[in-house]
Design a protein around this ligand. Structure first.
Ligand SMILES: *Cc1c(COP(=O)(O)O)cnc(C)c1O
Length: 424
């Protein structure tokens, strides 16, 4: 099921007033729901000595939301310098941050080593000589190649640009050990939006096997394994959610076996984004036009600058029309569209929805992860505000609407003309 019934029950009665107060469109996130998921996650992995979630910042890089994650004891998974800066502004330091970059630049390394450092998750063996210093703790991102299949969304690991190959992984740790690094972790990420928890259990098993092999070969010990993100959420009605409790207990069993065999346990890290916030956000937009040509179009006041997933992935996001229950109201088939000069700027294609009138509020569900964050400014469409429905029922603005001044900000600079000297 998409959006939780509890969020719906608390939000919908307030929605007309919220829309009147803040104007539309907006994403609104549910603090209670996010905290509940955080607690569920901790409970599911409570049998494991040390479990830590590193919230994948790219899913919802809003400081207010990240602050909630930090309060729950979670760290941050970053892959760019601004994401590192966001995390550090919230007071995250050192091992509260994992830096999982790809195609890493010198500036990335410089930032990673600054301000209390972070856990470096290296993406390739050739990056070792490019490190500005030898860190005490290192992690590598492993790419199993044809040893494992990814799911349909993330694709075949052989074609994925991420991680260290199987043939190089032992050498990678050996190089770091010989350079003086004493502490080690191991990471992989093989699936995206996966609802079958078996994939994650297989990933944990694969990493523990790898830990066993590399530890024996190099006489090193691993402090943690990180099984990545990629836990899925059901975007469509009628689909069962991922069984988090079963996931937790299966991985706990693997850990128990490992401990019996080796007398110690690595910590378990995870870096979920979508699962943490995806179902706890919606995009609220108003119907402003109705157009009847070869199809019927409902034009809304948001565009794909607010939500790219339907346009670029053909992703399904469930839509409610406020006050019009689809089971009781006459329905019709429409495309719900934004205003970009791009025909992929649609939130729904040939969707059966309650008959919509101009002025109706549409609730586009499950926009809490990879929603606002993925928005772009093509066609000079500005990104909308973000709101937080707080636990006490009040609503807080947590990011304002983008303005034309924001859009023009990069056009304000000092004249800079380079005239190449004529070579003789
Ligand atoms: C995007 C990403 C995540 C989060 O993925 P979700 O599908 O949101 O859980 C975690 N780790 C890495 C390295 C990523 O690139």
């Amino acid at each position: 099921m998409p959006m939780s019934p509890d969020f719906k029950q608390r939000l919908y009665p307030l929605l007309n007033d919220i829309a009147r107060h803040f104007g539309t469109p907006f994403h609104i996130y549910d603090e209670s729901g996010i905290r509940r998921t955080g607690l569920d996650l901790k409970a599911a992995f409570s049998k494991i000595d040390v479990f830590k979630e590193y919230f994948a910042v790219k899913a919802l890089p809003n400081p207010r939301i990240m602050g909630i994650m930090k309060e729950m004891g979670f760290g941050f998974d970053c892959s760019s310098v601004p994401e590192l800066a966001l995390s550090r502004r919230l007071g995250a330091r050192g091992e509260e941050i994992m830096f999982t970059s790809n195609n890493t630049a010198d500036e990335d390394f410089a930032a990673a080593f600054k301000d209390g450092g972070c856990i470096l998750n290296l993406d390739d063996i050739t990056l070792i000589p490019k490190l500005p210093a030898i860190p005490d703790l290192i992690c590598f991102r492993y790419n199993p190649g044809d040893r494992r299949t990814g799911n349909s969304i993330i694709g075949n690991p052989v074609e994925a640009k991420y991680g260290v190959s199987h043939d190089q992984i032992l050498d990678a740790y050996k190089k770091m050990r010989d350079l003086g690094t004493a502490r080690f972790g191991l990471h992989t990420m093989l699936v995206s939006n996966e609802l079958n928890y078996d994939y994650m259990v297989d990933t944990a098993r694969m990493l523990l096997d790898l830990v066993e092999w590399i530890s024996n070969e190099l006489t090193i010990r691993f402090e943690f394994i990180n099984i990545g993100g990629g836990l899925g959420i059901p975007y469509r009605p009628g689909i069962a959610p991922l069984d988090l409790v079963a996931l937790g207990s299966c991985i706990a069993e693997l850990f128990e076996v490992f401990q019996k065999k080796y007398g110690y346990l690595p910590k378990l890290f995870m870096e979920s984004g979508r699962y943490m916030t995806g179902p706890h956000g919606v995009l609220v937009t108003r119907a402003i036009n109705e157009k009847n040509i070869y199809r019927k179009y409902i034009g809304v006041d948001a565009s794909m600058s607010a939500l790219m997933r339907p346009g670029i992935y053909g992703a399904y996001h469930h839509i409610d029309v406020l006050g019009k229950n689809a089971s009781e109201y006459p329905v019709e088939t429409v495309d719900v569209v934004g205003s970009l000069c791009e025909n992929i700027d649609k939130f729904a294609v040939q969707r059966e929805l309650p008959k919509i009138s101009e002025g109706d509020l549409l609730i586009i569900q499950d926009t809490g992860a990879h929603g606002h964050a993925m928005g772009f400014n093509y066609n000079a469409k500005l990104r909308p505000q973000e709101l937080l429905l707080r636990q006490d029922g009040s609503v807080e603005l947590i990011r304002r609407n983008e303005t034309m001044e924001d859009y023009f900000a990069t056009l304000s600079f000092e004249e800079n003309i380079f005239r190449p000297s004529k070579s003789t």
